[in-house]
Design a binder for this molecule. Structure first.
Ligand code: ZN
Length: 281
């Protein structure tokens, strides 16, 4: 695969400014990195709000230094490998996990990279000033022809999954991760507030696939709620919050005992933080 010296990327120069298509030098992978030729990139529902209103929404969390190439959840094909990468080959079809961490602190070592002080979403934002080092190491997001990520972030995708589908894995993974955290499975009843939203639909689909007995879902739009119920009419019950008390709805479907786990929507900023939204009841 011939790799051009330069590439086209979309860069934002000021918060709230437009993303400009510009010619940049094609990044080179470090020894443990992979160069990916991007075929698709996720656009999370809130991306526009985040980039336009960053300073008021997340004053304590840093964006990458501007101008920056954003883009969460890229998918594409392996274009080049670092010297010490041996399990992949050029042309492999991959998804890039955007979560970057240092890899060597006590949190990273015990498998909890989200607690790493260097943790950042490559191509999106970080969680403390230490994320600036992470952005310096991995500055390019997925709204670019090529991007570099560490080999530990590269996930091979099956032949039957197209790149557009793979670019949704990160967002779907939010609900999947949350359901795993609460050990959701056969015998459980879970409550998903906002089940007709992007995260809620993911929770419904994965909850069904993981064998959850009953999924209670709330929302506002009754037509959308009925679409969710149609996924599995015997296992999904839906309720419009315009029709009364969510607690009464949950109790009615659990013989008055309540649910085993629930998802709640809180502030917009909290909605953006992945994987931490299910709480045991
Ligand atoms: Zn770490």
């Amino acid at each position: 695969m011939t790799i051009p010296q330069t590439m086209t990327a979309a860069r934002m120069h000021t918060v709230g400014g437009e993303l400009r298509l510009e010619t940049l030098e094609t990044p080179k992978p470090g020894d443990m990195d992979v160069l990916v030729r991007v075929k698709a990139c996720g656009i999370v529902p809130n991306l526009g709000n985040i980039l336009a209103n960053w300073t008021t929404w997340f004053p304590h969390m840093p964006l990458p230094p501007l101008p920056a190439v954003f883009g969460l959840d890229p998918a594409g094909e392996v274009a080049a490998l670092g010297r010490q990468v041996h399990g992949l080959k050029p042309g492999d079809r991959v998804y890039v996990n955007p979560g970057r961490s240092c890899g060597s602190c006590r949190h990273c070592r015990r498998g909890d990279p989200i607690s790493c002080k260097h943790y950042a979403f490559q191509g999106y934002f970080g969680f403390s000033e230490h994320a600036m080092q992470t952005f310096a190491d991995y500055p390019i997001g997925g709204l670019s022809e090529y991007m570099v990520a560490p080999v530990s972030a590269i996930v091979k995708i099956p032949d039957h999954m197209d790149y557009g589908q793979a670019a949704r894995l990160g967002y779907l993974g939010t609900a999947y991760s949350a359901l795993k955290k609460v050990n959701a499975g056969p015998g459980d009843t879970i409550l998903v507030n906002g089940i007709s939203g992007t995260l809620g639909i993911g929770a419904a689909i994965f909850g069904l696939a993981m064998g959850v007995n009953k999924i209670l879902g709330t929302g506002r739009d009754k037509a959308l709620l009925e679409e969710i119920k149609a996924l599995a009419p015997n296992r999904v019950e839906v309720f419009s919050i315009a029709d009364g008390s969510v607690t009464d709805f949950a109790m009615k479907h659990t013989d008055g005992e309540g649910v085993d786990a629930f998802h709640r929507e809180k502030s917009p900023s909290e909605r953006q933080l992945r994987g931490l939204r299910f709480s045991g009841s």
